[in-house]
Ligand binder design. Structure first.
Ligand code: PEP
Length: 249
């Protein structure tokens, strides 16, 4: 395990200002001792990053859900890593499967976005994971190997990179891989980053599991070897659920 576990919430395209009351409850829990168990990060929609950062103070880190590879320019509707950093973010998710699918993002695009995150001083959370047909065909590790090779920039370290293993078929479906399958995938990812970035950084890079994590399965998933935390979608929207997941760390 690479030090303290990180429990990260991805609100996706959910959250009006009123949703910040959930963040306030999380911040209170964090100050009340939850932050001693694990590092806590919330990634609200871009519209709320600034306000969320103000509400969270230093108790809970705030991240973006995506960034453009460029710092600025004629890219209507996009948000740059510099803008997220300016608004108070410390992390940004790149290569989430919903971005890869809905916006056709390739490994090369994801890699450029991770480099953009670094340029702005953000930690990049790079998501990888197989779709169900690839899993059924026994291709999971091949897919992960290809995505790691293409999506991770040179110079990845435990300080600038977090990897999230998210089997696409487990996202938002209520289905999860077996503990053995999670262990196998995370061991493969650990071996791959160790071979590429060296023993020290390979050990320090946090590898999160994501896909239908909820209070009832968090402790079991977080106890798996080489699982350094979780990326949580649906169950991060309610403070009580997210707090319960953090308590499983
Ligand atoms: C996610 O969107 O990263 C995710 C893991 O979603 P959920 O927890 O809802 O499966």
């Amino acid at each position: 395990m690479a030090g303290r576990q990180l429990i990260a919430g991805n609100w996706k395209m959910n959250g009006l200002k009123s949703q910040l009351s959930e963040l306030t409850q999380l911040v209170e829990a964090s100050k009340g001792g939850l932050a001693q168990r694990c590092d806590i990060l919330v990634c609200p929609p871009a519209t709320l990053v600034g306000e969320a950062g103000g509400a969270a103070g230093s108790a809970v880190a705030i991240g973006g859900q995506d960034c453009h590879a460029k710092a600025s320019g004629a890219h209507t509707g996009d948000v740059s890593a510099e803008m997220l950093a300016d608004a108070g973010a410390s992390h940004v998710i790149v290569g989430h499967s919903e971005r890869r699918t809905d916006h056709g993002e390739s490994d090369a695009v994801v890699r450029a976005k991770a480099e953009a995150a670094w340029r702005a001083g953000l930690v990049a959370i790079v998501c990888i994971g197989e779709v169900e047909a690839e899993r059924d065909a026994g291709e999971t590790l091949d897919v992960l190997g290809r995505q790691l090779a293409g999506s991770l920039p040179e110079g990845s370290t435990g300080k600038n990179l977090v990897i999230a293993y998210e089997p696409v078929w487990a996202i938002g479906t209520g289905k999860t891989p077996t503990v053995g399958d999670v262990a196998e995938a995370h061991a493969f990812i650990r071996k791959t980053v160790t071979e590429r970035f060296g023993a020290a950084e390979g050990a320090a890079i946090r590898i999160l599991y994501g896909g239908s994590v909820k209070p009832s399965n968090a402790a079991e998933l977080l106890a798996v070897d080489n699982v350094d935390g979780a990326l949580v979608g649906g169950a991060s929207l309610k403070a009580a659920d997210f707090i319960a997941i953090c308590q499983g760390a």
